[in-house]
Write a protein that binds this ligand. Sequence first.
Ligand SMILES: Nc1ncnc2c1ncn2[C@@H]1O[C@H](COP(=O)(O)OP(=O)(O)OP(=O)(O)O)[C@@H](O)[C@H]1O
Length: 342
Amino acid sequence: MIRLEHVTKTFLTKNGNVHAVKDVSLEIQDGEIFGIIGFSGAGKSTLVRCINLLEKPESGAVIFEGRDLLKLSDKELRAQRQQMGMIFQHFNLMRSRTIYENIAFPLRHMRLKEDEIEKRVMSLLELIELKDRKDSYPSQLSGGQKQRVAIARALASRPKVLLCDEATSALDPHTTQQILQLIKRINKELNLTVILITHEMAVVKDICDRVAVMENGKVVEEGNIVDVFSHPKMPVTKNFINTTNNLGKIQDLLDSNHPLVQIEKNQKLVKLSYQSTNTKEALISTLSREYDVDCSIIFGNVEIVHEVPLGVLVCVLTGSDENIEKALEICRQNKVSVEVIK
Ligand SMILES: Nc1ncnc2c1ncn2[C@@H]1O[C@H](COP(=O)(O)OP(=O)(O)OP(=O)(O)O)[C@@H](O)[C@H]1O
């Protein structure tokens, strides 16, 4: 387990202090894939670099395997760092060395025999399916292949944790999927803890077990993926989720007072969010049959998050105020969250 306690990091620049990470406390469990999402400048990279002490927090504690890394000697810290591999957006491979040598590089400082190094590198090349490219140079590989090599290099010292700093941001969607699937596979097969920074909610949705949302150096929301997707609390989280569906467009329609969202006196514009697994009733037809409330759907979306279907409907309800209120109460009783937009 990794535990961050009140971690704070400030950069002193000639233009003043930059409070990159402010009083962040987090727990990351062994074997989970933990996402950290936030817009550019939110402090994600700095926070992750505080985990392996590439950046030294000025206060707080970074507990890994029961020990505060900030209190270790340089030698002890080096040993702990070998337990944490890291990959980056731009791969950071050594251009003048072959793929084989790039992967072997971290092992060269570990006093291993050459045949042990070869055994490890060859098995990693097999894992990333690039055995036939071992004598190529990074410039001869595609972006996805380079990232696979970077993953193999990060795994060479057999770490327990893999830190991924925007590892798929420079890749096309298809290659992104391949890298995410590889990360998921090594997470399962090697029981590797993965901490993954991204600004793409789709990445979080695809592979993370839990997520922390960062804004202005702080973690503003945290939880398991299904909870965060089904009940986002903070505006920044809602914004990120809207990037994976078309819900943000509703705001555009509202801002421009589009005819679709113009309502009459006896109408309400509502957003209904539900987990299909909770909703067995034919709710919409019940509302219209039993409460005389008509429902006209403007927008609908179903997201599958960790095999749980999460639905959102934006609709105009037509009926008396009293009946609409009763209908919405029935929705709430059926675990449908209700937001009256107007
Ligand atoms: N070495 C540094 N010196 C001074 N300021 C820094 C340094 N590194 C980061 N910062 C500042 O700290 C803040 C957080 O940066 P950080 O890179 O951690 O954010 P981020 O969320 O990872 O953003 P991005 O997604 O763009 O990488 C920013 O304002 C950034 O300019």
